[in-house]
Design a protein around this ligand. Structure first.
Ligand code: VGL
Ligand code: ZN
Length: 236
């Protein structure tokens, strides 16, 4: 028998050579669950409410216990932030204004630092989360991504922390699919992480078709679109 046939036979017989063993179920030491912007401002009744945003909370609460690494992000803007339509007289919500880092979509005032609205919803049960990352803190720069600000250069610090912890794979959940989840997923792929988004644990804002475009962009960037059942299934 040629040597490489012998190797294939061995590989089939020994589970630790198989792809399933090389890619264990999500949730281990090299994985992190990243819970994006599940704050009151983005939930029904909030200033930038995402339709059905509250429905992600029980799903996240169910997934979180199987992750030893849980990271939470908060959109955390100063008053007068560049992304607020109110900071641009004569401009309306959802219009775009040019900024040095590219076009900035305008939003209602939301997630203002220190306000009750900017808090995480108390319905999240994430007592074991290791890290809370805040983003969009600088008045003149937005940050949809949890990794890099809108200039695609300035780090939030999360990449350094993940690298320090040896984390290589990210499971993204939270709000909004087509803005902060999308931007985090794409930056994470550029930085070399394997990335999955749990579709039942995210909801979009959907401005002019942005939600369908977001799933399309993520697919092209090899972001895995996971169903919650895939994570719920018992380990192989
Ligand atoms: C977000 C718009 C503005 C988000 C944050 O969390 O997706 N969207 N700020
Ligand atoms: Zn924001």
């Amino acid at each position: 028998m040629p040597v490489h046939h012998l190797f294939l036979a061995l590989a089939a017989a020994l589970p630790w050579f198989s792809p399933a063993a090389a890619e264990p179920r999500w949730g281990g030491a090299r994985d992190a669950l990243v819970v994006i912007d599940v704050q009151r401002c983005f939930l029904p009744g909030g200033s930038l409410a995402v339709t059905g945003g509250d429905q992600v909370v029980p799903v996240i609460n169910r997934l979180a216990p199987r992750f030893e690494n849980v990271v939470i992000t908060q959109d955390w803007h100063p008053p007068g932030h560049v992304s607020f339509a109110s900071s641009h007289p004569g401009r309306q919500v959802h219009q775009q204004v040019p900024m040095p880092y590219g076009p900035q979509t305008l939003w209602p005032d939301h997630c203002v630092q220190g306000t009750a609205e900017a808090e995480l919803t108390p319905d999240l049960k994430l007592a074991h989360a290791r890290l809370i990352v805040r983003k969009g803190l600088r008045r003149d720069t937005d940050s949809y991504s949890a990794l890099l600000e809108a200039d695609s250069r300035t780090p939030t610090g999360l990449h350094g922390w993940l690298a320090n912890m040896g984390i290589r794979r990210l499971v993204l959940v939270g709000l909004a699919t087509d803005y902060c989840v999308l931007a985090t997923a794409l930056d994470a792929r550029c930085l070399g992480y394997a990335v999955a988004v749990v579709e039942e644990a995210t909801r979009g804002i959907n401005v002019n078709g942005s939600l369908a475009r977001a799933w399309d962009q993520m697919q092209r960037a090899c972001v895995e679109r996971l169903s919650v059942e895939a994570l719920d299934a018992p380990p192989r």
